[in-house]
Design a protein around this ligand. Structure first.
Ligand SMILES: [Zn+2]
Length: 457
């Protein structure tokens, strides 16, 4: 990702290049608000013939788009994750993803600052723009900030009770479905109930009022089960997960009585250990970031591209995981091509993947360094933490931690999904490591090990 990389030398360029040009008076500057917060750009916004112009720095720093200036062609390139916009200092015609569009005016130069038509640019990137005449304010609202769905499921689980005859009764309102799964080391039985929430009078202890983070447990006095834990496993599907911590291994079977709105699970003690092998192949989608027309970030030496690095790592991860017969690896790209971000998430959702891993290298100033792991939805947190632990232990770049971010590929995927920033391609030292074959191999091993650990393979 390189969205936040900012070219700092604008003011210098423009001061030198345009010092002889005509200046426009910036009288009665309007106020500028982004999502309710007042912005104070270095050069105040100015209105000329009804068009509001703002300095480039508002576009890059406040709105977070990547901005590059090409001195020779006098062109400004503005990029978000999903769109690119090219403006010329000499023309009112802009290019949007290579399509020509007329702007209300060409950019202005005011006191050495390049000033861009705000409404035109903001609307291209999907911001809502409005004008409050009373306070003379331009109001920008970024509607992209959509938090994950926290709406409780429509089915309500009333209680879960274990009887001395080794049966467990789950009572509910609505029309629930469920699935069960046996896990080992230690022995656990998992019962998942999608599209559900807990009743206010639920019989367990709930340790949080936050519907996205609650967990709880019920002590059970039974020779087979030591306790029943529960929590919201997946906030996208509102899946409540019950985990039976087994004191002794047992097989579970469930019978649902839709009239009484109960599921009765029966546990049968078993001396035989359940088969540890999964009965199906896990689908793992590996996403090499960028590609084709989108090179991603350019390296400190200017000789290497992020898209080359991401494909090298993805290909190595594919080779490692393909050795495991329980895993099917699906690549979003295996050559120098550019699937859109939507293509990538549609692919993963379409095959109903179990895991999605997007590989990137970071870019900022040459001093920035280290690796970081991003996730968004609650169902991805465990995968993110496993990735972070293994990448730190095996690769050992400076630890920038586990973070959440609203990136398309981790927002629009239904399965556990992470985006990895393996290191900074813009840092001369890390550039060398990122393109070193044995470092790449270690990175791929850390990623492959993490995926297997997450899938309990
Ligand atoms: Zn990237």
């Amino acid at each position: 990702m390189r969205k936040f990389l900012i070219v700092f030398s604008f003011a210098v360029f423009f001061a030198v290049i345009f010092s002889g040009q005509k200046m426009y008076a910036a009288s009665a500057s309007p106020n500028l608000y982004l999502n309710g917060t007042k912005l104070n750009p270095p050069q105040p916004p100015t209105i000329v013939n009804g068009t509001t112009f703002v300095p480039v720095r508002v576009i890059s720093e406040s709105l977070g788009y990547r901005v590059d200036y090409n001195k020779a062609s006098r062109k400004i390139l503005i990029k978000s994750d999903e769109k690119s916009l090219t403006l010329s200092l000499d023309s009112a015609v802009a290019l949007i993803d290579n399509r020509k569009v007329n702007m209300p005016s060409k950019p202005l130069i005011v006191k050495g600052y390049s000033m861009l038509p705000l409404r035109f640019i903001a609307e291209q990137f999907g911001l809502q723009v409005s004008w409050d005449a009373k306070s003379r304010s331009v109001l920008l609202v970024n509607p992209v900030v959509t938090p994950p769905s926290n709406a409780p499921g429509k089915n309500v689980i009333q209680n879960i009770v274990m009887s001395p005859d080794n049966s467990i009764t789950l009572s509910y309102l609505g029309d629930v479905t469920y699935s069960t799964m046996y896990l080992q080391n230690p022995d656990r039985i998992v019962i998942d109930v999608p599209n559900a929430s807990l009743d206010n009078g639920f019989n367990g202890f709930v340790n949080s009022n936050d519907p996205t983070t609650f967990t709880g447990s019920i002590a059970v006095n039974n020779p087979l089960v030591s306790q029943i834990r529960y929590g919201l496993y997946d906030d996208k599907t509102s899946t409540i997960r019950f985990v039976l911590d087994m004191a002794s291994s047992a097989a579970i079977s469930g019978v649902q009585n839709k009239e009484q709105k109960q599921i009765v699970f029966t546990l049968k003690p078993s001396d035989t250990v359940p088969t540890p092998k999964p009965s199906r192949k896990f689908k793992v989608v590996i996403d090499a970031g960028h590609g084709g027309k989108d090179p991603g970030a350019i390296s400190a030496s200017r000789s290497k591209m992020e898209k080359t690095f991401t494909l090298a790592i993805a290909t190595k991860v594919q080779a490692l995981l393909s050795k495991d017969s329980n895993i099917e690896v699906i690549m979003t790209r295996s050559g120098d091509t550019y699937p859109t971000l939507t293509d990538r998430t549609n692919l993963a959702n379409g095959v109903n993947a179990d895991v999605f891993v997007s590989i990137h290298a970071n870019a900022a100033s040459s001093a920035a360094h280290g690796s970081e792991v991003f996730y968004l939805h609650q169902n991805s947190k465990e995968l993110a933490q496993i990735m972070h632990n293994n990448i730190q232990a095996m690769v050992g770049f400076y630890d920038r931690g586990v973070k959440t971010a609203n990136f398309h590929v981790i927002r629009e995927t239904n399965m556990p999904a992470v985006l990895l920033e393996m290191g900074f391609i813009s840092n001369p030292d890390e550039e060398k490591k990122l393109f070193n074959d044995s470092v790449q191999q270690t990175m791929a091993e850390a990623i492959a090990v993490s995926i297997k650990q997450f899938l309990k393979l």
